[in-house]
Design a protein around this ligand. Structure first.
Ligand SMILES: CC(C)(COP(=O)(O)OP(=O)(O)OC[C@H]1O[C@@H](n2cnc3c(N)ncnc32)[C@H](O)[C@@H]1OP(=O)(O)O)[C@@H](O)C(=O)NCCC(=O)NCCS
Length: 227
């Protein structure tokens, strides 16, 4: 994967650590969203979930700038009935957040999906209905391998605009790190380096784009706050 700078941007992944928002900042960032979305988020009782979702929107704004949409507003942000967010702009994006990390992936050349999870204690044997025999054999009792398969599956489902646990069983990763098939389509997947405590994957559709030229950037809290 590339560092920022050289080749024309095709896929950008922005990563930040999560942090608690002061009430004034939360209110200000909420106001940048469409009224419907403001009302949705304001109803969430879990403050950390609200903050992570809002942090995702700031990464999205910053990512749009990387593609030249300097004045892009989030006012056209919509959520399809499946939950998939869209903007009235000619690019695709995907958001994922968990305790500790927030990610936004953007692509100007086709569907993109991203998923991050903290590495916990779950193993493949805990999910016989969602992982194939080949996937369970590859993951064995290793939690990192389980979360690797899981995030690959989630990233593919999100790139495809589907949702929910039921779809995950239909994503076939064959276990080994590489691509995945879902709904008769071969999806490219790539792991995003996240350190020892998290696992993340990116997925994109077949054809025009390549996961060989992904720009990954870690943003500091200061960079996120001044966005
Ligand atoms: C909702 C779902 C898309 C992902 O959920 P998740 O992994 O819990 O959450 P993530 O943080 O990775 O992703 C949430 C983001 O995905 C996006 N999203 C939601 N639905 C989406 C869809 N159908 N397609 C693409 N993106 C979607 C949204 O941007 C959302 O963030 P926001 O509401 O702050 O804007 C769905 O696949 C799901 O329900 N998965 C099951 C999750 C689960 O049980 N995990 C257990 C892990 S061991």
């Amino acid at each position: 994967m590339d560092t920022p700078g050289s080749a024309p941007l095709r896929i950008v992944v922005l990563i930040a650590s999560d942090f608690a928002l002061a009430p004034e900042r939360e209110a200000r960032w909420l106001r940048d969203l469409p009224a419907v979305r403001q009302a949705d988020i304001a109803r969430w009782p879990d403050g950390a979930a609200r903050h992570r979702s809002l942090l995702g929107t700031r990464l999205l704004r910053e990512g749009l700038r990387r593609f030249g949409f300097h004045d892009a507003s989030l006012s056209s942000l919509r959520h399809a009935p499946t939950g998939r967010p869209t903007l009235d702009l000619p690019l695709d994006f995907s958001l994922s957040h968990c305790e500790g990390r927030v990610l936004c992936a953007l692509s100007c050349s086709g569907p993109i999906g991203v998923d991050v999870e903290p590495i916990g204690s779950l193993v493949a044997a805990d999910f016989p209905n969602y992982l194939s025999a080949a996937e369970r054999a590859w993951a064995g009792g290793d939690p990192r391998r389980f979360y690797s398969i899981w995030t690959r599956k989630e990233a593919v489902v999100k790139a495809a605009g589907q949702r929910g646990l039921a779809e995950l069983r239909h994503v076939d990763t064959q276990g080994a790190d590489g691509g995945a098939t879902f709904a008769g389509v071969a999806w490219q997947t790539a792991s995003i380096p996240m350190g020892i405590a998290h696992v993340a994957h990116l997925a994109c559709g077949p054809g025009r784009q390549s996961l060989a030229c992904v720009t990954v950037e870690h943003l500091s809290r200061e960079q996120v706050e001044c966005n």
